[in-house]
Design a protein. Structure first.
Length: 467
């Protein structure tokens, strides 16, 4: 594994040292083989085992559990409430409302799970602020809040400018809404905690064990370098790596980077700034800024949409220092001029699996009744992977229930153009979005061409933000 891990993963592994890890070295059988030891794979393994304790479940990861997005993300625990318009457009009002409520409930469930299972993931259910930092961003949340209000499932309250300044640590926010059904977590401690609980429940976890090939059949066979798993059912929780193995998914996502910087501990300054401990703050750009503090008094700022991977190659997007640290540093100075921060303790980058809808999708692989998959979280997965696990659990157990029947369980709901059009188009749109958002920050009118192109990044509303 590359030496430049995410700040969180490095911290989590240091706390676990020496690492106790097992690699598959022989052929084995299992009722369920789960490929991918991130949140999706581990939550699914845990739910299955809790619901059907007799099942023999194996999880494998090509690296360590959490070495993908689950150990590298911003740790902002957000929900689908801001995606209500997209959910309604795709699945209708009733299902959209249900998914919003379930996503909010998932925040509380993850908190409860960590409490019950002694996972100290530095989880703060302190809520989130969705804000506007210039006049072009204003007014985006209000129609969503009104629709949620009508359905009696609105958790958002509007904040005055002084309230925002007092709670977000920055006086750049000119409008904002707050929801308590959100928060933040040290993402790698969460995923490594799930791994520990999975093992304690009797699930076998093999790391540094890559699936090289999957043979269809009953049993299905997961081939790894030093052993095969003969499995009644297979769950693919591979995130963007899915497209490297299964060509039909090639155009179902684009792999887009999110980049992060984190300061040294600045506890006193953060206290003075008023930033609400553990809250996530997200602005209303297309390529959003998101930030939060940490338990030891650091401030992390991330930004989505900086780089699109050519041919959707995933590995080059992970375990690297961010190439965009300067760009994020400028954003940092704009948001927090009084912190006077020009140096950061650490920066890193990771690739997100962005789908056409901005929502994940689940289903059976290639018509195989015993192989299920789920990915496409589009940068919103810390909370939502728990919902993904509910869908996958239902599919594995062949239940005909709301989860297996829901609109998210019908495979990809759209496709991107093929390469090289996809990459060239993505870069053109990215550059237009940058110019548009820079103009808006200066309170200038963006060029019509840039505004038009930016629509392809999903400027239609909160639902299509690139996190
Ligand atoms: C930089 C970044 C920032 C983000 N910030 C946020 C945020 O603040 N809030 C939020 O809600 N979401 C955020 N996300 C999204 C969130 O992290 C993901 O949606 C979530 O972690 C997905 O979990 P997963 O288990 O599906 O995927 P992963 O955690 O990526 O797990 C997939 C696993 O599959 C393994 N694997 C791949 N190929 C093989 C193979 N052949 N054999 C075996 N194993 C294999 C990988 O090693 C990996 O561990 C962010 C994502 C990134 C990349």
């Amino acid at each position: 594994m590359s030496s430049h891990l995410s700040y969180w993963f490095k911290q989590a592994l240091e706390m676990e040292s020496p690492l106790d890890t097992q690699t598959l070295a022989t052929d084995i059988s299992a009722d369920v083989a789960i490929v991918g030891g991130g949140y999706t794979g581990l939550w699914t393994a845990i739910m299955l085992k809790q619901q059907q304790p007799h099942l023999d479940i194996v999880v494998i990861d090509k690296g360590l559990c959490g070495s993908g997005a689950s150990g590298a993300n911003g740790g902002c625990m957000l929900t689908w409430s801001t995606k209500y318009p997209t959910l309604k457009r795709l699945f209708g009002e009733e299902q959209a409302k249900w998914l919003v409520e379930e996503s909010e409930q998932a925040v509380y469930d993850i908190e409860q799970f960590c409490f019950e299972h002694n996972i100290d993931a530095q989880l703060y259910r302190s809520g989130t602020f969705y804000t506007a930092t210039n006049s072009a961003q204003q007014g985006q949340m209000q129609p969503i809040v009104e629709q949620l209000e009508q359905l009696a499932c609105n958790s958002w309250t509007s904040c005055s400018k002084p309230e925002l300044t007092a709670s977000t640590g920055s006086n750049q926010h000119i409008e904002g809404h707050y929801s308590p059904a959100a928060g933040s977590v040290q993402p790698a401690l969460l995923v490594r905690g799930l791994r520990r609980v999975a093992i304690q429940l009797g699930i076998k976890v093999y790391e540094n064990t890559a699936m090289e090939r999957l043979e269809f059949g009953s049993p299905a066979v997961v081939n790894t370098p030093h052993g095969s798993i003969y499995a009644g059912k297979v769950v693919l929780g591979l995130n963007a790596w899915m497209i490297e193995h299964f060509k039909p998914f090639k155009r179902s996502i684009v792999v887009v980077s999110s980049d992060m910087v984190i300061t040294d501990p600045i506890k006193k300054q953060l206290e003075q700034s008023g930033l609400k401990q553990g809250a996530s703050v997200v602005d209303s750009r297309i390529f959003v800024h998101y930030y939060r503090d940490t338990k030891d008094g650091r401030l992390m700022l991330g930004k989505g949409g900086n780089q699109f991977s050519f041919a959707n190659r995933v590995d080059p997007m992970f375990n690297k220092q961010s190439q965009y640290a300067d760009l994020i540093s400028r954003s940092f100075s704009h948001l927090f001029p009084e912190l006077g921060q020009s140096e950061f303790a650490y920066s890193w980058t990771g690739g997100s699996d962005r789908s056409v809808t901005g929502l994940p999708f689940f289903g059976h692989l290639d018509g195989q009744e015993n192989i299920v998959y789920g990915f496409g979280y589009s940068g919103n997965g810390v909370t939502q992977t728990r919902i993904g696990a509910k869908i996958l659990t239902s599919l594995v157990l062949e239940r005909q229930d709301a989860w297996s029947q829901c609109g998210l369980a019908k495979g990809p709901l759209g496709y991107f153009p093929p390469e090289p059009i996809r990459w060239l188009g993505a870069m053109m749109v990215r550059n237009a979005v940058r110019r548009k958002e820079d103009a808006e920050d200066r309170e200038e009118t963006p060029r019509p061409w840039d505004k038009w192109l930016a629509k392809f990044a999903g400027a239609a509303g909160k639902a299509d933000k690139v996190e």
